[in-house]
Write a protein that binds this ligand. Structure first.
Ligand code: SAM
Length: 209
């Protein structure tokens, strides 16, 4: 089935073929939310392809103003079911590629985990344009890039760190940090890498006329 169609993802949720779902936030993002690390100051965050919303809720619990987006009605109903009063967040059922231009330059953070590898690889430049337009100047793109194992086919489609660097540096982003997290879940250790990219103050327009 077509990865561009929400029905494909609805089916995965309905049939329990949702092996990406950790049932909890990744320990990598949990660490980023800790006040002690002082790495990220709470701000406005959008989570792309949020699934059941474990990561989104973790940031919301720590004072981030979170918008969680997914185009699967199943994922969205799960986010509503799992919602926590003490971790309020906005839940949007929407295709990330057609998010309203009213959201442009609205977010301090864009967060991604297993969404980039879920979209059609031919749409990766379009995806990078989307991240660039959603972020405020100086905003951060937080990407826990997975899977880095060069697998064939998908989803999940393989992610290459060189491709990521090319996509975002071409749009004026600066690589702030990258690490192979020691606290990845055991089955993904060494198959994922955490990237923090900062958007430039002046936007580079990649569109061709
Ligand atoms: C592999 S799952 C990951 C979910 C979540 N990030 C997690 O780690 O559990 C990919 C998610 O992205 C969503 N998705 C894929 N393409 C999308 C698109 N174009 N717009 C919005 N959501 C999309 C799917 O519905 C699915 O919930």
């Amino acid at each position: 089935m077509d990865v561009n169609s929400p029905r494909k993802w609805d089916k995965n949720y309905e049939q329990g073929t949702d092996g990406w779902d950790l049932g909890k936030p990744t320990p990598v993002f949990k660490r980023l939310t800790l006040r002690a690390s002082r790495q990220l100051v709470p701000g406005r965050m959008i989570v792309l392809g949020a699934g059941r919303g474990y990561d989104a809720r973790e940031f919301a619990r720590h004072g981030f103003q979170v918008t969680a987006v997914d185009f699967s009605s199943r994922a969205v109903s799960e986010m509503h079911r799992l919602a926590e009063a003490e971790a309020p967040m906005e839940i949007l059922q929407h295709d990330i590629f057609t998010l309203s231009e009213a959201l442009n330059h609205s977010f301090d953070y864009v967060l991604e985990y297993t969404c980039f590898c879920a979209i059609d690889p031919k749409r990766r430049a379009e995806y990078a344009d989307l991240v660039a337009r959603l972020l405020k100047p100086n905003g951060l793109y937080i990407d826990l890039a997975f899977p880095l194992d060069g697998r064939k086919g998908g989803p999940p489609f393989a992610v290459s760190t060189l491709e990521l660097l090319d996509l975002f540096q071409a749009r004026g982003f600066t690589l702030i940090s990258r690490e192979k997290p020691a606290d990845s879940i055991s089955t993904r250790r060494n198959a994922e890498e955490l990237f923090l990219f900062q958007k430039a103050v002046t936007e580079i327009d990649q569109r061709t006329e």
